[in-house]
Ligand binder design. Structure first.
Ligand code: ATP
Length: 361
């Protein structure tokens, strides 16, 4: 059993104006793959370093596998780490690089050899064990770094942007490999990235951080579909969630959102917020676009048309707002033309304009 329990952890660096992590509580279940994601400077690495034992919190506690490790040195925590700079030793062969941590722990040579072969097999490095790092591709070096981390058989695996040195294509390929490997070894994993697509793809759950605190935690689809605050909707997704202001009007005929002089059908559960100004959030793929007007559709003007292959990404103007709309790949429309939009009411998310929190959880 190696869960990670972080309780009320606060850390302010000397001279820091605000805490790098601010009263953060988080549990990573045994065997779970949890991704910390958020914009640069939000405190992800600080939190990971405190779990690793490379930094200490000002307040709060961290336990791993039921043991309070808050004040233990990194060496005594039984964690394995892979960092952005994967730092494999250039003068050691792949075999020695992978076995390095085990040698440091004075494991018997036959056990080291057996573990190295096991990790090399999983990471498809078996034919490269006698090479030096300079004779490897970037992706292979990254795999050596991961192999070195998993041979140690630690209770938890901590990774900080381990794919950031790879080019876009390798990164995509290795992301899928990494997901397979971590599932196979079943180690509790805490993974840091600023790349929201990577977070969505890898995590059993993702924790979206902002300014030292956790804005939302949940399964990738849950967080993507039901952001608890506007920031989360605007951070996740390519393109991010669209936002525009509207007024809510509820009557016997149902709830509506007044956008300029047009009306959109709103989700029924917003009845309690009648007469309120709201910020509406909607994803590009939840907007249905047509070239002709129809009941229940609102007019917008096409500004940009971008074929992506799988779809046609439109930028349309709705009053003072620009929205991204995902149309079918063969949707034939030109800038300057009018289109008519409809959103299923259940796909609309409404936020309080002042607090930026979702009105309905
Ligand atoms: P990135 O994605 O850019 O790595 P991050 O989310 O991992 O960012 P942290 O590295 O945890 O963010 O930094 C959080 C805050 O703490 C930032 O404001 C940063 O400037 C500050 N910080 C980080 N390390 C130190 C340090 N050693 N001394 C002082 N301030 C620091």
């Amino acid at each position: 059993m190696a869960d990670i329990v972080i309780r009320d952890v606060t850390k302010t660096y000397p001279g820091g104006r605000s805490p790098a992590t601010d009263n953060v509580s988080l549990t990573v279940a045994d065997g779970e793959f949890l991704v910390l994601v958020g914009p640069s400077g939000c405190g992800k690495t600080t939190l990971l370093r405190m779990v690793a034992g490379l930094d200490t919190p000002d307040a709060g506690s961290i336990s791993i596998g039921g043991r309070d490790v808050t004040w233990l040195s990194a060496r005594d925590r039984h964690v394995s780490m892979v960092f952005q700079s994967y730092a494999i030793f250039p003068h050691l062969r792949v075999r020695q690089n992978i076995g390095f941590g085990l040698r440091m722990r004075k494991a018997p040579p036959e056990q080291i050899e057996q573990r190295v072969r096991w990790a090399a097999e999983i990471l498809e490095l078996s034919d490269l064990l006698d090479r030096y790092p300079a004779q490897l591709s970037g992706g292979q070096r990254q795999r050596v770094a991961v192999a070195r981390a998993i041979v140690v058989d630690a209770g938890v695996l901590l990774m900080d942007e381990p794919l950031s040195n790879l080019d876009a294509l390798l990164r995509l390929q290795f992301r899928a490999e990494l997901k397979k490997i971590v599932r196979q070894i079943g180690t509790t994993t805490l993974y840091v990235t600023h790349d929201q697509a990577e977070a969505m793809s890898l995590g059993d759950r993702i924790a979206v951080m902002r300014a030292g605190r956790i804005a939302q935690i949940g399964s990738p689809l849950q967080v993507y579909d039901r952001p608890r605050e506007r920031f989360v909707g605007g951070f996740l997704g390519t393109p991010p969630m669209n936002f525009f202001s509207a007024d809510l009007r509820c009557s016997a005929s149902g709830a509506h959102l007044r956008v300029g002089d047009q009306l959109l059908t709103a989700p029924d559960q917003l009845g309690a917020f009648d007469q309120r100004p709201v910020v509406v959030g909607v994803r590009a793929e939840n907007i249905d676009v047509a070239k002709a007007p129809a009941d229940g559709r609102i007019r917008a003007r096409v500004e940009v048309v971008e074929p992506t292959g799988a779809s046609m990404l439109l930028t349309v103007r709705l009053g003072e707002y620009e929205l991204k709309v995902q149309a079918p790949p063969n949707f034939d429309v030109a800038p300057g033309q009018d289109v008519w939009l409809r959103c299923a009411p259940e796909s609309l998310r409404c936020f309080d304009p002042e607090t930026a929190l979702a009105l309905v959880a």
